[in-house]
Design a protein around this ligand. Structure first.
Ligand code: ASP
Length: 320
């Protein structure tokens, strides 16, 4: 059995108002990721680690998600990106923090994982390492889209807190919001799992801020039983070691759904709202969230399901 699950970020407090005009493009991207990477995973031509790397790379390429090109802007109006990846079978991990000059932060994290030591690199040193290892170099300005610039302008005009325009529907409708961190978890034919997560963080984040996404055990975790990728207000996911907590609860005997609920219940009282995706080596998959929406999709045995709001999207009625 092979499984690929992806997310494109969670957010929003208000009630679900249906798809926006930009959502078909996001759905199309998710569908392409699930179909192409799901088939490659199923054929055995790639393993779980490569599947999550490639799935996240494809989502980093989509400007409507908050990772790679189209990442949200920090307080200075620039893009700084975080990413991490973990392999379940051997616990190998790699992570980059605050990179600015590469197209694919997740590939940089993968290169660090493969090198074996260290696990994390930050800022300019991480960019240089990635470029020297063949990750495509881009100009920092290439990563900035008009949509994110507008969102940042609104964030400044409103004098809003960091991330306000990412998650708060009273400030902006969700086409202009920064939710859109991306992640993937996969189970391959060998029965191994892996997890990957990539983000531009939160609009207006202070210089040097590090969210949960690049922190192994907070935003990303994989071991011999389960792989987890999280999205939401990162500080709460750091303070609860969310991804690792989910894995520990699962290993201690909670069902997958119970372990997911435990984590979402733990982040909520400390200002964390969001969602998780998880896949187990037994072939279970879950994509729960406590926000208004979470972009998400699953490929399992050739079947694709995609959702944004409370219910799955009717794929037949879409042009994807
Ligand atoms: N967790 C990310 C961060 O805090 C943001 C997100 O998932 O939307 O940087």
């Amino acid at each position: 059995m092979t499984i690929l699950a992806i997310h494109g970020g969670a957010g929003g407090d208000g009630s679900w108002r249906g798809l926006t005009s930009l959502d078909p493009a996001r759905i199309q991207c998710m569908h392409h990721v699930l179909q192409s990477i799901g088939e490659a995973l199923d054929s055995g031509s790639i393993d779980a680690l490569e599947a999550v790397t490639m799935a996240v790379e494809l989502m980093e390429n989509e400007p409507l998600f908050n990772a790679g090109i189209g990442s949200v802007l920090d307080e200075d109006g620039t893009v700084t990106m975080d990413a991490s990846i973990m392999n379940g079978s051997d616990g190998a991990a790699g992570s980059v923090v605050n990179v600015r000059r590469i197209r694919h932060p997740i590939r940089a994290a993968n290169c660090i994982l493969k090198q074996g030591w260290p696990v994390m690199l930050n800022s300019e040193a991480a960019d240089v390492f990635a470029i020297n290892n063949g990750v495509e170099e881009v100009k920092p300005s290439w990563l900035v889209t008009d949509l994110r610039r507008k969102q940042w302008d609104r964030w400044r005009e409103n004098n809003a807190r960091p991330g306000a325009t990412d998650e708060d529907d009273s400030v902006l409708d969700h086409d202009l919001e920064g939710m859109g961190t991306v992640g993937a978890v996969a189970l391959d034919r060998n029965g191994d799992v892996a997890a990957a997560t990539s983000t531009g963080g939160m609009t207006g984040k202070p210089k040097g801020r590090i969210g949960d996404t690049p922190i192994i055990g907070a935003g990303t975790w994989a071991d011999q039983h389960i792989a987890v990728s999280c999205t939401g207000v990162g500080e709460a996911f750091i303070r609860t070691c969310a991804a690792h907590r989910l894995a520990s609860k699962f290993e201690s005997g909670l069902t997958l759904d119970e372990a997911c609920s435990d984590v979402l219940d733990a982040v909520e009282p400390i200002g964390g709202r969001g969602g998780v995706i998880a896949v187990t080596t037994k072939g279970e998959v879950a994509t729960p969230f406590q926000t208004m929406l979470m972009y998400r999709g699953v490929w399992k045995n050739g079947e694709i399901t995609i959702g944004i709001g409370p219910n799955d999207v009717e794929l037949d009625s879409m042009d994807s």
